[in-house]
Design a binder for this molecule. Structure first.
Ligand code: PAN
Ligand code: ZN
Length: 187
């Protein structure tokens, strides 16, 4: 008897790109990130069509117990003194966690709980990040190459961006040639 063996999608460890028949890709441009960076004048001086990050996702079944798999590719760069970053979010279903795996580049994962307490994890090729439930998350590219990280999260999680409209409690900037995390009052 011949048991058929199928070829699953694969991810290239060097650049985080998927090899799959079916994929979904979404680019977020600078102009989409309204009120995300603290220096509004610097943000306005960047052409709105400048790509900041791209998320590529495998097609997967959706529903209770199902998982999404996607890679975020975050370009290097700054808006004023603040490093490029993803918008960041809580999950709509707050209790749902997520796993990130660093693949390329170097940066930070900003995590913040519902009490507003923020912390940072170093992202590098091979770093594994367990994002607990009830924790907002944002990637920040502090390096000079694209930061790519693979993520796995429940399809039922959903994204809540509005809860962080005031911003996170930490901003990561280049100050006097150093990467600095600054605590801020209102994001
Ligand atoms: C990731 C993020 C991705 C883009 O797939 O959605 O990095 O960040 P924003 O969604 O904050 O724009 C994830 O955390 N999914 O749950
Ligand atoms: Zn998430």
């Amino acid at each position: 008897m011949n048991i058929p063996v199928s070829l699953p999608p694969s991810v290239a460890f060097l650049n985080g790109h998927f090899t799959a028949e079916d994929m979904i890709a979404k680019i977020t441009h600078c102009g989409d990130l309204v009120a995300v960076f603290h220096d509004q004048t610097a943000w306005q001086s960047i052409p709105p069509e400048t790509p900041i990050y791209q998320v590529e996702m495998l097609k997967s079944p959706q529903g209770e117990g199902e998982l999404f798999v996607g890679t975020t590719h975050l370009n290097p760069g700054r808006v004023g003194d603040e490093f490029y970053m993803t918008r960041g979010h809580f999950h709509q279903r707050r209790e749902q966690g997520e796993v990130y795996l660093g693949l390329r580049g170097s940066g930070l994962l900003l995590l913040q709980n519902e009490q507003g307490e923020a912390r940072l994890e170093q992202v590098s090729p091979g770093s594994v990040h367990i994002i607990p439930g009830f924790t907002a998350h944002r990637l920040i590219n502090t390096g000079t190459e694209v930061l790519s990280a693979l993520a796995v999260w429940p399809t039922i999680a959903g994204h809540d961006y509005a809860a962080l409209a005031q911003g996170f409690a930490l901003r990561v900037v280049l100050q006097d040639g150093n990467i600095q995390a600054k605590e801020v009052q209102n994001g």
